[in-house]
Ligand binder design. Structure first.
Ligand SMILES: [Zn+2]
Length: 64
């Protein structure tokens, strides 16, 4: 009985109770999750771009 109650997971986006094999409860949450992952990826690329820009700036300063 108690084990059966524990056989569930929570939606990563809204926290709804879902089957243990799932990570998200609905298409809406899946879309939201996809957007979040996409945004996080963009943020990582942006960080790389900033780091690259700073390194490039150092090189330019050394040349002149
Ligand atoms: Zn959800």
């Amino acid at each position: 009985m108690i084990e059966k109650v524990n056989q569930h997971a929570h939606c990563h986006m809204c926290g709804n109770v879902i089957p243990i094999s799932e990570t998200l409860c609905s298409k809406e949450c899946k879309d939201k999750y996809q957007n979040m992952v996409k945004r996080r990826k963009m943020f990582v690329y942006l960080m790389y771009a900033i780091i690259f820009f700073i390194i490039a700036l150092f090189f330019v300063q050394n040349i002149f």
